[in-house]
Design a protein around this ligand. Structure first.
Ligand SMILES: Cc1cc2nc3c(=O)[nH]c(=O)nc-3n(C[C@H](O)[C@H](O)[C@H](O)COP(=O)(O)OP(=O)(O)OC[C@H]3O[C@@H](n4cnc5c(N)ncnc54)[C@H](O)[C@@H]3O)c2cc1C
Length: 134
């Protein structure tokens, strides 16, 4: 940091919206519910959202029902994964020298890595098989 000439500095944010669609427009992924990289789940959550947003219009009578089903199915899953960011930030971005040393020790010994909680959240939503429904 002291010697580089292109230091990048930014805030880490999440997106929380009261609803993910309006009229014929629906949001997906980071635009609707970015969990931040502290969760490690942004890509997975975005893919699950995209899968549901592609599948629901194919099976629902119209886009209002499809968008409502998309949000009803995914919202708890999304919020569970967003909550991981509040636990995970200590590992990714330690705030004290002691926490940094603890994190680095854990990285050198994968047996001490956290992760079981994260895996539970990432597989918390059984996806509908639209091929069978259609
Ligand atoms: C530093 C960092 C580390 C991360 N680490 C992880 C990780 O380890 N694991 C993980 O799962 N996730 C991680 N993420 C999060 C992950 O990258 C995002 O959650 C994920 O990419 C969201 O996908 P998305 O398709 O919703 O949005 P994006 O991937 O941002 O895609 C949006 C696309 O839309 C394009 N676009 C924007 N405006 C317009 C426009 N007007 N017209 C046309 N195109 C437009 C953009 O160029 C972009 O290509 C990380 C993110 C960051 C920033």
């Amino acid at each position: 940091m002291r010697s580089c000439d292109d230091l990048f500095f930014d805030v880490v944010s999440q997106i929380h919206l009261p609803r993910w669609s309006l009229g014929r427009v629906a949001l997906v992924g980071d635009a609707a519910y970015a969990p931040s990289f502290f969760s490690g789940q942004g890509s997975g959550v975005a893919l699950v959202g995209a899968y549901l947003l592609a599948g629901e219009p194919a099976t629902a009578p119209g886009h209002p029902e499809a968008f409502a089903a998309y949000e009803r199915t995914a919202r708890d899953f999304v919020e569970l994964n967003q909550a991981l960011a509040l636990k995970g930030s200590a590992a990714i971005s330690p705030r004290t020298e002691e926490a940094l040393l603890r994190r680095n020790r854990a990285l050198r010994d994968p047996a001490h890595l956290p992760g079981v909680d994260g895996r539970a959240a990432s597989s918390a939503l059984p996806l509908p098989d639209y091929a069978k429904i259609l």
